[in-house]
Design a protein around this ligand. Structure first.
Ligand code: C5P
Length: 403
């Protein structure tokens, strides 16, 4: 049963082409057992009609602040008090600006001011509008005031451009909504997590490294933080924003990552190695940029420390979780890796196929621990991260009780 069962959600819809996706979100919330009331701004109604949401929710849709009929059914203060969660999807640049300014000039902005429930915004807009300093400043302000911003995602936009500003998909928003009500099963626990690639320098401008977007590690850090953990994220170079309530430490090389991890590992309860650490580094880093005068260039490489194995070998090792990217015979290789590195849980994924893995937005995992396994099917990375975080929390507690 979903944690959303019986939870009261105001689904706010503002003006944007992504409003059509909110119909799917409404259905997903209802299927999870949530009781949903839809509030639309006038601009939203230019994109989708109230009838769509009314038919799906089987409830009246609220649009007006000063309509005695609507206010008689449930006025803006009733709605504000009724809600356990106010989820605005899509949240337009205009709506964010109005909220940031504290305006109350329509029903949705007014009830947002009046509620003590969690407010979550799923921004959706053209990428220039999102990147505009005014919108960025509004986003920062709203976050600072405790509102949650879910997304936006990057990718192809309805306006034909590509970049940040897409609304997160309904299944991802559903997972985020569930995490709001998930019990704090890792409350007070310290989690250390690595993510992203490392860069191993050849000279001051060039490096060798691995492909890794950091998306899986960042999503997992966010999910673990939502379970109540104090999360420290040791991150290689990636183009991602730091998740809410996560402390991020930036590193570039495997040796820097090792140092940052080992300085904190004994003090943590759970260590998760998601980083795609480069296996080798050049034995020497040239002090000056190497000239491309010769036809061939030889690099001498030395093996990097295996950070995950080092943490697992500590006297008072935390609960350790590793990843294994395999091209074939996934289960056998991953299980061998789990034993060799002495990690408590390994999350294996197949790489080299058409979906999932390094840089994509989706992933499927096979989780293996001593005496157990679980397959997480191909889904958006934040959804996979949510499931994995819950399983890590559960296995951690079982192990802690045994120990
Ligand atoms: O051996 P392999 O690189 O496949 O192992 C992957 C797992 O080990 C991942 O969890 C990764 O973060 C971790 N690892 C590490 N340090 C390395 C290599 C891998 O922590 N040098």
């Amino acid at each position: 049963m979903s944690v959303l069962q019986g939870k009261k959600v105001v689904l706010g819809v503002t003006g944007g082409i992504a409003a059509y996706k909110s119909a799917a979100l409404l259905r997903a919330l209802m299927q999870a057992g949530a009781i949903v009331r839809v509030v639309m701004t006038p601009a939203a109604q230019a994109f989708v009609t109230t009838l769509t949401f009314q038919a799906l929710s089987k409830e009246r849709v609220y649009t007006e602040l000063l309509d005695t009929d609507q206010e008689a059914a449930m006025n803006h203060i009733d709605l504000a008090r009724w809600a356990d969660l106010v989820l605005v999807a899509p949240a337009s640049a205009d709506f964010m600006a109005r909220l940031a300014a504290g305006m109350a000039n329509d029903l949705l902005s007014t009830l947002s001011l009046a509620t003590t429930a969690t407010i979550a915004l799923a921004p959706a807009m053209n990428r220039q509008m999102w990147l505009n300093p005014a919108t960025q400043e509004n986003a920062r302000l709203l976050r600072q005031r405790g509102l949650q911003l879910w997304g936006p995602d990057e990718g192809e936009q309805a306006c034909g451009e590509t970049g940040p500003g897409r609304m997160l998909e309904p299944d991802v928003l559903l997972a985020q909504a569930e995490s709001i009500f998930a019990s704090g099963s890792l409350q007070g626990k310290r989690v250390l997590i690595t993510a992203g690639p490392t860069r191993e320098f050849i000279d001051p401008v060039r490096y060798v490294g691995n492909r890794s977007s950091g998306k899986m590690g960042y999503a997992l850090a966010a999910s673990l933080a939502r379970l109540g953990a104090e999360v420290t994220l040791i991150s290689g170079p990636v183009a991602l924003t730091t998740p809410d309530r996560v402390l991020r430490v930036d590193v570039e090389t495997a040796l820097q990552m090792e140092e940052a991890v080992m300085a904190r590992a004994s003090a943590c309860d759970i260590f998760v190695g998601v980083a795609a650490v480069a296996d080798y580094r050049p034995t020497e880093i040239a002090a000056k940029k190497i000239k491309k005068s010769s036809e061939t260039l030889q690099l001498n490489l030395r093996k990097n420390p295996d950070i995950l194995a080092l943490v697992a070998a500590l006297d008072e090792a935390p609960y350790t979780v590793g990843f294994a990217a395999e091209t074939d015979d996934v289960e056998a290789f991953a299980d061998a890796k789990r034993r060799a590195k002495k990690v408590d849980l390994i999350a294996a994924n197949r790489v080299g196929g058409s979906r999932g893995g390094f840089e994509g937005d989706e992933n499927a995992l096979l989780l293996l621990w001593e005496g157990g396994r679980e397959a997480i099917p191909m889904m958006a990375k934040p959804v996979v991260a949510e499931r994995l975080a819950e399983r890590i929390a559960e296995r951690y507690h079982i192990q802690a009780n045994l120990g």
